[in-house]
Write a protein that binds this ligand. Structure first.
Ligand SMILES: Cc1ncc(COP(=O)(O)O)c(C=O)c1O
Length: 494
């Protein structure tokens, strides 16, 4: 049975809570407590002040409401597998036992000092953490120059400097270690841009595990350097017709065919519980480091965090640590592809409808019959018709804002960062950078913006060169149908 055709009623109940555990829920990896702070209202006020105070009061009440919803969701997550009404475990019964075992092992790992110690050491010595929080002086000056020298300070969280060139290794390594603990010897994973494939192949080589990476044939053409890299790292790379969504379905099928031996290594925060929560936890190191580094650099928190949204792992990795800091704006940027008017985009949160896909309820790009609409983005890793259930929840409770950037805006942002900072970002990360053009003019002087530079763009140089040639009119008309139609300012030719 295909995971995607299961009805929403096909959910399962999770193991009952263990009352001996500290939070009474049975699954008690760090639940962060929240202080609901009251607010003072002066007794004598002018009408203006009163109106202002009422507005502040309403805003505060709304914010406190948001925090309450986050707390409730987080507490019920380990009982229900859901973030509000999103997420869940919409899978065939054969998978349920496996997912319960995974949840239980994950919970053990989160409390096992030995596992945590080994993971920290590997993240430090193998992955190269912590990654720098880099002040992008010239990028900052670029945006300030159009406002008479005023504007926010832009920092980049350099996940591109991780081993393998992206944030994906944080999660791939941790899950491969967990798989090994569970006695699995063979890992299967799906990849789109190839970054999760490279990360998984590397982790499996390090841990002496078999590795199969499944990839859509279209993605294999577009990210051919990563396909070679995965093979060099010892992985078997299997092609399926289509793109990332097709590869994911095939990887899950392969896993279901040999549950005893294989481990399905989810590369992003989608799929049935506990996959979204687990990937988020393993990626949350990004935000934890960011908080510490911000405190060291400017003695405070970031004002705004910006991350691209494919399926959600780099965004949640950055956001999770700050989700209860009401004064920190969280901005996710989806791929608008060739524009939001047609269907060639990957803007699931902007344009999707709620449905069930790959074992969870979330926003989806689907037609009126519930069939998936194929996503598009120049950032191959953003092409997924669904999105993390946690981001669907954050959108619903208005804890995070979501915007879009077109292919062309992302390509311009890529060029800008190359030229101004000597950093070549992955086209996925370039979508987050592209949003700066709209964001910076709205922020006060000196505001601190942190953009998650989720990966490096080596894999994209052919794609970028092709687009640049198209822009310069030097490619035959035959290929022009792929050319993005929208134009933007801030173009930097490379
Ligand atoms: C560098 C990079 N950033 C972002 C993404 C998008 O994935 P996610 O939304 O899970 O971070 C990918 C996916 O392959 C990627 O390679």
């Amino acid at each position: 049975m295909s995971l995607q055709t299961l009805s929403p009623h096909h959910s399962i109940s999770l193991p009952s809570p263990n009352p001996n555990h500290s939070n009474g829920l049975g699954f008690d990896w760090p639940l962060r407590s929240v202080r609901h702070e009251g607010f003072k209202v002066c007794s004598v006020m002018s009408r203006d002040t009163r109106t202002q105070t009422q507005t502040q009061t309403q805003t505060q009440a709304r914010k406190t409401d948001v925090l309450r919803l986050i707390d409730e969701a987080e507490e019920s997550l380990f009982r229900t597998g859901k973030f509000g009404r999103f997420g869940g475990i919409f899978v065939p019964e054969t998978l349920v036992t496996c997912l319960k075992m995974l949840l239980s092992e994950f919970n053990l790992c989160m409390h096992d000092p030995l596992f945590q110690g080994e993971l920290s050491a590997a993240l430090r010595d193998y992955v190269g953490r912590e990654t720098p929080l880099y002040f992008a002086q010239r990028l900052t000056d670029h945006y300030k120059s159009s406002r008479g020298g005023e504007g926010p300070d832009i920092y980049l969280k350099r996940e591109d400097l991780n081993h393998g060139g992206a944030h994906k290794i944080n999660n791939a390594l941790a899950q491969a270690m967990l798989a090994k603990r569970m006695g699995r010897r063979s890992v299967v994973a799906a990849t789109g841009a190839g970054q999760h494939g490279v990360a998984t192949a590397a982790a499996c080589a390090k841990l002496a595990m078999e590795c199969t990476i499944i990839m859509g044939n279209l993605d294999m053409e577009r990210q051919s350097s990563n396909v070679l890299l995965m093979k060099h790292l010892g992985a078997e790379v299997k092609s399926v017709p289509g793109t990332f969504k097709d590869a994911t379905s095939e990887a899950i099928r392969e896993w279901v065919g040999d549950l005893e031996r294989k481990y399905y290594l989810a590369g992003t925060a989608v799929g049935p519980h506990p996959c979204p929560a687990m990937v988020r936890e393993f990626q949350s190191i990004i935000g934890i480091e960011t908080r510490r580094q911000a405190m060291e650099k400017w003695g405070g928190k970031p004002d705004v965090l910006v991350a691209c949204v494919g399926s959600g792992s780099n965004a949640l990795g950055m956001f999770h640590e700050f989700v209860r800091d009401e004064d920190v704006r969280l901005i996710g940027v989806e791929a608008a592809g060739t524009g939001m008017d047609g269907e060639t985009h990957s803007a699931t949160l902007a344009k999707g409808e709620i449905g069930v896909y790959h074992g969870a309820m979330t926003y989806l790009l689907q037609d009126h019959e519930g069939q998936i609409i194929g996503p598009h983005s120049v950032g191959v890793g953003l092409e997924y018709p669904g999105v993390s259930p946690e981001l669907s929840f954050m959108r619903e409770i208005t804890r995070a804002e979501f915007h879009t950037a077109t292919d062309e805006e992302a390509l311009d942002a890529y060029a800008l960062l190359c030229r101004l900072e000597g950093i070549c970002p992955a086209l996925e990360a370039a979508h987050a950078l592209a949003h700066l053009g709209k964001l910076c003019p709205t922020l006060p002087d000196g505001a601190k913006v942190v953009v998650n530079c989720s990966g490096r763009g080596d894999k994209d140089i052919e794609t970028v060169s092709k687009y640049q040639q198209l822009k310069n009119g030097s490619v035959s008309d035959r290929n022009k149908s792929n050319h993005p139609t929208k134009t933007t300012s801030n173009v930097v030719n490379i």
